[in-house]
Design a protein around this ligand. Structure first.
Ligand code: SAH
Ligand code: SF4
Ligand code: F3S
Length: 479
């Protein structure tokens, strides 16, 4: 499954052939290889880093062995995610040595949330690393790389200036190469301090970008062919940006403004917190057709006792009320969530309550994770940690229910005629692929000039992770 704020990013270059071709040695242009772990905001940040480095003469490469500059954009959310970075750095150290033997230098940058959380530790454990830069400082990359010529550098400051002001606009060609669906960070950081979570420490306090800055970015994307924007924030529905008159605008207001940008046909937002589902946002689901009928609203647990221990500040009943309200305003809305099993003190009864909640809501899909104690977070110090074997059992049981619901949802699409935003060629020749309003990947035979159009597709089959359909006549082409 490839959805949600914390979806896994692209596979790393672990199977890379370490052959340094003559061609590699000869190319004059500098190359940058960026690998992102963790959430969609990291994907967005990786694009911004590529844009900054464009100006410095670096062109992106998919081949780590060709890279003069390697950037690992890291995630600290669970222990496994953080540890992956060190094993990848071990491989990069060998690669760096091989390239050096061939007369090529390689700079290695660790960016993202592990950089923020473990900056000094990275420099100590990974000798290959030249620069450590946190998520709030990557606009300084060119200066940091220049300083790294002399010695290893670390920048994990939370600057007072708006990072986004310092980021260059991507070129039209670069936007087009990224496709018709784009991420736009509108809010960053978190003030909620759930007791299990590192994000408030790695991303800092909640900051919202001004409305005009977001609109300018969306307009530029739309002028280069982008049709769908996903507004990103660790707590995106806590958005409170300023407009030109200095008044505060909430997420609903921002969505209304974005919906009027010519070319933008679809708007999504992620990740939301149940506490910030205010009435105006729910109302936007009813009144803004471009706002897709899909809501990722993580609940984490179905037990009030555990929700309180997690510092989520709402009950299961509050959550269900929020979902019901959206459903009453926009009945075709589907819901997805994140769950944590084995939070300290979680009993069989607590876990049974989570299963009951899942059966009550009926999700289109959901992520579930075993609780991972994170250094510096309050829950890591709680006494009654749940044994790994119990977490394993609970995860399996929960995933069985979620998979069943996901499958049922996909199968319910068979025979329906749905709007698909055509994104790219499909796997098979002659096939195109895109997404339905409910974010289901769909493949169907169609001409390539449909990319960027919204077409009617009749769904004929449901595979494990995608739907198959055929163009429905007449094909409704959007402007
Ligand atoms: N801001 C979002 C979530 C960001 S982190 C929210 O409030 O829901 C993405 C998901 O990772 C979380 O929803 C949670 O399910 C999971 N997660 C966060 N910390 C975790 C931890 N310590 N162990 C296991 N899963 C965790
Ligand atoms: Fe983490 Fe909670 Fe903030 Fe989400 S709301 S980022 S889970 S602290
Ligand atoms: Fe991971 Fe940081 Fe995102 S910890 S989930 S990359 S905000």
């Amino acid at each position: 499954m490839q959805r949600g704020i914390n979806r896994p990013a692209a596979q790393c270059g672990d199977k890379t052939t370490r052959m340094l071709t003559e061609e590699t040695a000869k190319h004059a242009e500098k190359r940058v290889y960026v690998k992102s772990y963790g959430c969609q905001m990291n994907v967005y940040d990786a694009e911004r880093m590529t844009d900054i480095l464009d100006k410095e003469g670096y062109r992106p490469t998919e081949r780590v062995e060709d890279a003069d500059l390697v950037i690992l954009n890291t995630c600290h959310i669970r222990e496994k995610a953080a540890e992956k970075v060190y094993s990848e750095l071990g491989r990069i150290r060998e690669l760096k040595a091989e390239r050096l033997a061939a007369g090529l230098s390689t700079r290695v940058v660790v960016a993202g949330c592990v950089a923020q959380a473990e900056g000094k530790e990275i420099l100590r454990r990974a000798p290959a690393v030249d620069v450590v830069v946190g998520p709030q400082s990557y606009q300084n990359l060119p200066a940091l790389l220049a300083r790294a010529e002399k010695s290893r550098v670390i920048d994990t400051e939370f600057p007072v200036d708006d990072k986004f002001d310092a980021l260059p606009a991507p070129t039209q060609a670069r936007i087009q190469s990224r496709g018709v669906s784009a991420f736009v960070t509108v809010q960053e950081g978190c003030d909620k301090f759930c007791t299990f979570c590192v994000v408030p420490y790695t991303r800092g306090a909640e900051v919202s970008r001004p409305v005009a800055a977001v609109l300018a970015e969306v307009e530029r994307l739309a002028q280069s062919g982008v049709r769908e924007v996903t507004l990103l924030g660790q707590n995106v529905n806590a958005y409170h940006g300023l407009d030109a008159s200095g008044a505060t605008v909430n997420l609903a207001g921002l969505i209304v403004a974005i919906a009027s940008v010519p070319g933008i046909a679809r708007i999504r937002y992620t990740t939301s917190h149940p506490l910030d589902m205010d009435p105006s946002l729910a109302e936007a689901h009813r009144t803004i057709p471009a706002l897709m009928p899909y809501l990722h609203l993580p609940v984490q647990s179905g037990s009030d006792r555990i929700l309180a221990a997690m510092n989520r500040n709402h009950t299961v009943a509050d959550y269900l009320r929020a979902l019901d309200h959206i459903r009453s305003l926009r009945p075709d809305t589907v819901f997805t969530s994140d769950f944590i099993v084995g939070f300290p003190g979680e009993t069989d009864e607590d876990f049974a309550a989570t299963l009951r909640l899942v059966e009550t809501v009926v999700y289109a899909s959901a992520y579930s994770f075993k609780y991972s104690p994170r250094p510096g977070t309050p829950a890591a110090d709680l006494p009654d940690q749940v044994p790994e074997s119990v977490k394993d059992e609970r995860l399996q049981a929960l995933q069985a229910v979620i998979t069943r619901q996901q499958r049922a949802f996909q199968e319910s699409q068979i025979g329906q005629i749905v709007d698909v935003l055509v994104e790219k060629p499909g796997r098979r020749p002659g096939q195109m692929a895109g997404k339905t309003p409910h974010l289901l990947a769909t493949a169907f035979d169609a001409p390539a000039d449909l990319i960027g159009q919204i077409v009617s597709v009749e769904i004929t089959a449901a595979l494990t992770n995608s739907l198959i359909g055929r163009l429905h006549q007449p094909v409704r082409k959007s402007a």
